[in-house]
Design a protein around this ligand. Structure first.
Ligand code: SF4
Length: 210
């Protein structure tokens, strides 16, 4: 169990799965490149949180809910938690996270949502089996089931983030297709750094160790 002083942001899990270097740039080096896409995402989350809470029939909607898990050592905020009233009178929590873009190929968004569910389970001492991601660009809602594999991936991501942050080490860039969608491209410079390494290895090959 971690203490309240030792909690890491849930968002770091998503960054870790997308790219460990991105995670280190943001959470170790505290670099943040605000661009049009990140600004749009930030404004969208702020708007969602501002809308306040409401009761719609048998669904209580809470926005901007603070979350934490001492077991995983995580802290964060859920965009929306729908509390759905069950026939037995209990309220079942259902987390919903808003994303600006479209569904991703990796599991980063699902892991972030699953971490929220694990926090809710610990805080409310209940089970949370499902949630949803809502994507702004496609206007599509994707239901997510928190199965054993997703929970395992989430717990492993939390461990990896802690190891990375404890090491204080930023991995070297590895250029790939994902870099084209990375908000840290300007700070990371994956192409120029790789090029420099290539030139260095070329000189070493031609001239040997001088
Ligand atoms: S630009 Fe590429 S290597 Fe650099 S942080 Fe982003 S995804 Fe990672």
């Amino acid at each position: 169990m971690y203490t309240e002083d030792d909690l890491l942001p849930i968002s770091a899990l998503q960054h870790m799965i997308f790219c460990p270097r991105q995670c280190a740039l943001i959470h170790v080096e505290q670099v943040w490149d605000e661009n049009r896409l990140t600004a749009e995402g930030r404004l969208m989350h702020e708007r969602v949180h501002e809308e306040g809470n409401e009761l719609r029939g048998n669904v209580l909607i809470e926005r901007g809910v603070s979350l934490r898990s001492l077991r995983l050592g995580l802290i964060g905020k859920a965009d929306v938690i729908e509390f759905q009233k069950q026939p037995d009178g209990m309220w079942r929590p259902f987390p919903i996270e808003f994303k600006r873009g479209k569904p991703k190929k990796d599991n980063s968004d699902k892991v972030q949502l699953c971490a929220q569910a694990i926090c809710l389970e610990e805080m409310l001492k209940t089970s949370v089996n499902e949630g949803a991601l809502f994507y702004g660009r496609t206007r599509r809602r994707v239901d997510v089931h928190f199965d054993i594999d997703l929970r395992k991936e989430t717990e492993e991501a939390a461990i990896k983030v802690r190891q990375l942050l404890d090491s204080g080490h930023t991995p070297k860039p590895e250029y790939s297709k994902r870099c084209e969608n990375c908000s840290m491209m300007a700070s990371c410079l994956p192409k120029p750094l790789q090029k420099r390494r290539t030139v260095k290895s070329y000189l070493k090959r031609v001239l040997g160790d001088l």
